[in-house]
Ligand binder design. Structure first.
Ligand SMILES: Cc1cc2nc3c(=O)[nH]c(=O)nc-3n(C[C@H](O)[C@H](O)[C@H](O)COP(=O)(O)O)c2cc1C
Length: 351
């Protein structure tokens, strides 16, 4: 039994948001074991960035860039902070985060509660080595979504290694409409334009990713894939939480509105990833997210086409030691199957 599993019953007596705050405090106080595990087979270059391993902490855990360094030290190969919006906002009324313990899932309708892009950027200045992405979104009250993404990007860009435009949270009204081809094309063009301006001012060129939902129809996925390829987008993150509830019917809290994540999302998110890999033919790097609980799940995503993976919800049930356990399990699987590197395994199920 890990130390975390011993502590978990006490943590689960707290309301989920309080438990999350306690987890951040524990990280900041050095109460979480660090990982020194390294394996050359796990090193991988994606969109020009060199990752020590393919396992990332997905957006939402460290919304305000308070504990990214500790999460990297715990064994994650990258951390995506955010979602941040240009201006601070409180998010939806509480309660807005629910545990579905039976299926190792959660439902959240936080609604981009965050301290704003400038507060996060301040905490990312003068940081040490390690890959940190900045996940950006729009303010709830804003009527010009594209302008919000541009201004959040301008603030975060100098202090992160990549930018992710989150257009797939189910908790900001109208956000997912940005996934429609015309809207997506306009958004990507605006972000690329912003990057050209920043590069002209002396910033290095950094990758821009877009994060999509697992609830897209095949036609939507086709449109997203072709829009992304036509604009040479640097990567797609597949996926955010789902609004579907079929995998958790009848369970406590299953009818709460918001996005479902964790184990019951795995099949749907992986099918979406597989479809996007087929539609893009490997032309665009994919980051596989959704329901990863162990090394086998991460390996399945990689073999389905993910160059990197990310996770969040499983940490609530397994603790931070999970990053190292997944990395160890991944390198075992690579050598078992005769792959020298992660890159060789990407998409291998369809070859
Ligand atoms: C409490 C919570 C908050 C989240 N907040 C964000 C967010 O701010 N931005 C974002 O892009 N994704 C957010 N996500 C989605 C996760 O990054 C991830 O895409 C999703 O949970 C699926 O992965 P998982 O099953 O490993 O958790 C959040 C997820 C949870 C559980």
């Amino acid at each position: 039994m890990s130390l975390y599993t011993a502590f978990r019953p006490a943590l689960f007596l707290l309301p989920p948001e309080r438990a999350h705050r306690a987890a951040i405090c524990a990280l900041q106080r050095g109460m979480v074991p660090t990982s020194s595990y390294r394996n050359p087979s796990l090193e991988t270059t994606v969109a020009g960035l060199n990752f020590p391993n393919p396992v990332g902490l997905s957006a939402g855990f460290d919304k305000n860039a308070e504990c990214y360094a500790e999460a990297l030290a715990a064994g994650f190969g990258h951390v995506e902070v955010g979602t941040v919006t240009p201006r601070a906002q409180p998010g939806n009324p509480q309660p807005r985060l629910f545990r579905l313990v039976e299926s190792r899932a959660v439902i959240n309708r936080l609604g981009f509660n965050n301290e704003g892009a400038a507060a996060a950027a301040g905490r990312l200045e003068n940081r040490q080595a390690g890959i940190v992405g900045g996940n950006i979104g729009k303010n709830k009250e804003s009527s010009d979504a594209v302008a919000d993404y541009v201004s959040a990007m301008q603030i975060l860009y100098p202090v992160v290694d990549y930018i992710t435009a989150n257009i797939s949270s189910p908790n900001t009204p109208g956000l997912r409409a940005l996934q429609a081809a015309d809207e997506l094309g306009t958004l990507i063009d605006a972000l690329h334009h912003t990057r050209r301006e920043l590069v002209a001012k002396g910033q290095p060129a950094k990758p821009i990713f877009v994060k999509i939902a697992p609830d897209c129809s095949e036609e939507m996925l086709e449109a997203i894939a072709s829009t992304a390829m036509a604009r040479q987008l640097d990567g797609l993150i597949v996926s955010n939480t789902t609004i579907a509830r079929d995998a958790v019917t009848g369970q406590m809290h299953a009818n709460e509105s918001g996005g479902l994540s964790g184990a019951p999302l795995f099949v749907k998110a992986t099918e979406t990833l597989r479809a996007v890999y087929r539609l893009t033919g490997g032309a665009i790097p994919l980051i596989g997210v959704g329901g990863i609980s162990n090394a086998e799940d991460a390996y399945t995503k990689i073999r389905a086409g993910a160059s990197l993976v990310q996770l969040y919800t499983a940490l609530i049930y397994e603790g931070m030691g999970l990053a190292e356990r997944i990395n160890r399990g991944l390198s075992e699987r690579l050598s078992r199957d005769g792959f020298k590197t992660i890159a060789e395994a990407v998409g291998s199920e369809s070859r």
